[in-house]
Design a protein around this ligand. Structure first.
Ligand SMILES: [Zn+2]
Length: 461
């Protein structure tokens, strides 16, 4: 049903030395200035400055033009929203009216639309240096009950890693929620499908390509019953939990009025205040709430572009991290970013957090959120750093474009000059981006089909 199936690139040779990069960020202080060795899909050793691999390598990739990073990890997205980017009726709206205008459009989403949207989002992410992406999918209108199955198929075809969340909405307008009736499901249908997709697709442990998490959408679109029962189901199957929380002051007011609670109290009341949970946004917390989240090990997906686009507020990222909260980055859905570019998101995070805390926030800290922090938010200790034994998920950028001319520190140049495209990306030892392109993917053809689907969706045809 899709013409752009990708020929998988050849498997890496048994030992590949990615040699002497122009600069390297390991996310952990280890020395890999001489590069690293990839074997059997993992990083087998780091090579210090001026060094050579301990064992012979059958192949050498000269990385003298490349800045080497761990593959970037995206912790919050809504892939389907690539079909409603820059839509005029919500181009200037804050969250609640933005959602209310978009829900009826999204309610028309078909499996074919979703497949195109996922492929576009993953291709954008991959080309920006992202190797693992979380998607929060909470739309299951009539005809789209198998949305997660559609997503899994595209992820596998692209050869990336993903945490696909079985999202949900169960609190319709007529019950005091925000979404229209046509977009919400009954609790028993949500829980049965959640269990089905966990059993069908969740890979536990190191090296997983597809993981499933459970993700009731937000306090104003699900019942407390779904929150509590999703937490119990996640515990039974040892999968993670995700939701939007503390994104806007409107949401905080909703929680006060409906539950008589602030957001973190609400989270605790439904059994979610723990280290299984990562939260989208996490902006409007007070100091005591930040301390409670840190003590619980609850993670936050910081989404700076979306937060600026919708004027939602500025997350207190340094205070969250200092309190012990794992913080990762998310591009958020493409109706509120409206791009899916992880390296640009690291730049946005750096600048937004400098605006809050001052110009001393280092470039490396932002790169840390996009890699190690994001991996921690998704519960992945096998990703997000360059270290022996970890998965060989790598992003390599060149500084050949005009925007980098005259730059001095290659690592700083990535963010300060605005790198937006990786030259090479490896997932589990296989090259998925070569010379700035995805082998086998016809981008113009994909964009043409996707754009046509987007026009049909908005027109309601
Ligand atoms: Zn979101």
């Amino acid at each position: 049903m899709n013409a752009s199936t990708h020929a998988l690139t050849d498997p890496a040779p048994s030992r590949l030395w990615i040699k002497d990069p122009l600069a390297v960020f390991t996310a952990n202080g280890l020395d890999a200035r001489g590069g690293l060795v990839v074997a059997d899909g993992r990083i087998s050793e780091l090579v210090p400055a001026g060094g050579a691999p301990a064992q012979p390598c059958q192949e050498v990739f000269d990385a003298g033009r490349h800045v080497l990073l761990p593959g970037l990890v995206n912790t919050h997205h809504h892939f389907y929203q690539t079909l409603t980017r820059a839509w005029a009726p919500v181009a200037d709206a804050p969250l609640f009216p933005w959602l209310k205008n978009l829900y009826p459009v999204w309610a028309r989403l078909t499996p074919e639309d979703l497949e195109l949207a996922v492929e576009v989002a993953l291709a954008e992410l991959l080309l920006s240096g992202c190797t693992t992406a979380a998607d929060h999918h909470y739309l299951f209108p009539a005809g789209l009950q198998e949305a997660i199955d559609v997503e899994v198929a595209v992820v596998r075809r692209m050869g990336m890693r993903a945490t696909l969340t079985r999202g949900s909405m169960s609190l319709g307008e007529d019950d005091g929620g925000l979404p229209p009736r046509s977009t919400v499901q009954r609790a028993d249908a949500i829980l049965a499908d959640s269990e089905r997709v966990i059993r069908a697709y969740h890979e536990p442990g190191d090296g997983a390509l597809v993981q499933i998490a459970l993700a009731p959408c937000s306090p104003f679109s699900v019942t407390t019953e779904i929150m509590a029962e999703s937490a119990a189901l996640a515990e039974r199957h040892d999968v993670r939990l995700h939701t939007h929380l503390a994104e806007t002051l409107d949401e905080e007011e909703f929680c006060r009025q409906r539950f008589g609670l602030r957001t973190v109290d609400y989270l605790e009341s439904v059994g979610w205040l723990g280290d299984r949970t990562w939260l989208g946004h996490g902006i409007h917390f007070d100091g005591a709430e930040i301390a409670r989240l840190g003590a619980a090990g609850t993670a936050v997906a910081h989404c700076p572009t979306s937060n600026m686009r919708l004027a939602s507020g500025t997350a207190r990222v340094l205070e969250l991290e200092d309190a012990g909260v794992p913080v990762g980055l998310g591009v958020d859905g493409s109706a509120s970013n409206d791009a899916s570019n992880m390296i640009l998101e690291a730049r946005q995070a750096l600048y937004l957090q400098r605006l809050r805390y001052g110009a001393q926030v280092p470039v490396e800290r932002a790169l840390g959120w996009a890699t190690r922090g994001s991996a921690a938010a998704l519960g992945r200790s096998d990703l997000g750093q360059l270290a022996p034994g970890l998965q060989a998920d790598l992003a390599l950028f060149t500084l050949d474009e005009l925007r980098f001319s005259g730059s001095h520190d290659p690592l700083a140049a990535l963010l300060l000059c605005g790198a937006d495209r990786a030259d090479r990306v490896m997932v589990g030892g296989r090259w998925r981006v070569v010379d700035g392109a995805i082998p086998g993917l016809d981008v113009p053809a994909l964009a043409a089909r996707h754009s046509a689907a987007a026009r049909r969706l908005v027109a309601g045809a």
